[in-house]
Design a protein around this ligand. Structure first.
Ligand SMILES: Cc1cc2nc3c(=O)[nH]c(=O)nc-3n(C[C@H](O)[C@H](O)[C@H](O)COP(=O)(O)OP(=O)(O)OC[C@H]3O[C@@H](n4cnc5c(N)ncnc54)[C@H](O)[C@@H]3O)c2cc1C
Length: 381
């Protein structure tokens, strides 16, 4: 399949329309560390968050479709990382509930996630634990009348604005070993505290979540004890490729900024787009964007059919497109000279926003490591 089907083209169009609506206040929203009310209002009105929840719970499509999420993120991230993050986290923060939540939790939360009446979040990272998730220290245990969750999660997107967190912790299993379990913790549960100790170079709705002996009812368990990683993997398999879509949208936006500038700026008796290495910088960026887009759509289309079977392809798209966005946005700034460095300009914002993409949802090194393992296995098997 080399062209997007009509329904995806139309979703991309919807996303671009919403992005254009948000564009006048995107610079303000992208500096915010809490939900921007106008972005939220526009996203609600667009109805696009219904794409990240299955139809049975108020969603737009029968099941969550990775290609749909990916093209929407392409459209949104071209204008605003804040808007893109708000959209994407509704899916990433609720997919565990979709795949393995109890019926009571699904009915209580998913329709509200679809309409953005409830904000979702996923808590994996801890102050001392990132890529090496098996080292996490949050404890989960059954107690009389419920489940106790005790620990500290860090760098959690939507912390402070979320209505619930899916928390991954360690639990002693019946067989005597330790396993990893996912539990839904509503924000208003006693013992949940949110703090904002860090902000990053591209401001983000981000915070730490402390869970101080929090007790939730048993139906708040997501799946069986010890099955947490499997559920997190299903989430990654469905959503990782959508980061590639966001990176393609961001890179294209940066290239267009540079092209507009270079075509207008006159020096040495011509325009900048004809000078020295500038044509090659612009054209090679265009080539890289189109290559990344082709792999991204292919991987997302495969993930829409069978997310787990296509995880390597999704990982390739994620690492390929986010590394590409880093190069493209850097070249764009270089082409624009001092104008590319001005605080508050769109290109400066895109430059900062491209950077975290290579670290979250599987850092480039961690993805290369797992791809290399898969490659060696496939060639030597
Ligand atoms: C904007 C943003 C939003 C985030 N949102 C969330 C969220 O909602 N929920 C959540 O749980 N977490 C979230 N995170 C955290 C994110 O998942 C972690 O930053 C990520 O897992 C990497 O962990 P780390 O930062 O601790 O880096 P580390 O694990 O300390 O890694 C440091 C460096 O070492 C490299 N490295 C690590 N292991 C290996 C290896 N085996 N081989 C080679 N190199 C390696 C990494 O690639 C990286 O370059 C967010 C982070 C950011 C920046």
């Amino acid at each position: 399949v080399f062209e997007l089907e009509e329904r995806y083209v139309s979703l991309l169009g919807e996303a671009r329309e919403l992005a254009a609506e948000v564009a006048p206040f995107a610079d303000r929203a992208d500096e915010a560390d809490r939900f921007d009310p106008d972005v939220r209002k526009a996203l609600v009105a667009s109805g696009l968050t219904s794409v990240v929840v299955p139809a049975a719970f108020g969603g737009r499509f029968e099941k969550v479709d990775s290609l749909a999420v990916t093209v929407i993120r392409e459209g949104l991230c071209a204008e605003s990382a804040h808007l893109d993050g708000m959209f994407a986290m509704q899916g990433i923060g609720s997919f565990g509930l979709v795949t393995a939540g109890s019926p009571s939790m699904q009915e209580r939360w998913l329709p509200k996630v679809a309409s953005l009446d409830a904000v979702a979040a996923l808590g994996l990272t801890e102050p001392e634990v990132g890529s090496d998730l098996r080292a996490l220290t949050t404890r989960i245990e059954s107690v009389d009348g419920g489940v106790r969750v005790h620990g500290h999660k860090s760098f959690i997107t939507n912390a402070g604005d979320a209505d619930f967190y899916l928390i991954l912790g360690k639990e002693a299993l019946a067989d005597g070993g330790d396993g990893y379990t996912l539990v839904l913790v509503p924000t208003d549960t006693p013992g949940v505290y949110v703090d904002h100790p860090h902000q990053i170079i591209a401001p983000h709705v981000l915070g730490d979540v402390v869970l101080d002996n929090v007790i939730v009812p048993t139906d708040h368990r997501i799946g069986e004890p010890g099955k947490g990683f499997k559920i997190v993997l299903a989430t990654l398999a469905t959503f990782r490729v959508s980061v590639a879509g966001a990176a393609v949208g961001l890179a294209e936006s940066a290239l267009h900024e540079a092209v507009r500038h270079a075509a207008e700026r006159e020096l040495f008796g011509t325009t900048l787009d004809r000078l020295g290495g500038v044509p090659a910088a612009l054209a090679s960026s265009w080539v890289e964007i189109e290559m990344a887009r082709a792999l991204t759509y292919r991987a997302a289309a495969a993930a829409a059919v069978d997310p787990l079977a296509s995880l390597s392809l999704s990982s390739m798209a994620k690492v390929g497109a986010t590394e590409m966005a880093g190069r493209v946005v850097d070249r764009a700034v270089q082409v624009m000279g001092r104008f590319g460095l001005v605080r508050g300009s769109k290109i400066e914002r895109l430059y900062r926003e491209a950077r975290p993409m290579r670290i979250y949802e599987g850092s480039s090194e961690v993805i290369y490591d797992s791809l290399a393992k898969a490659l060696v296995k496939s060639v030597t098997a």
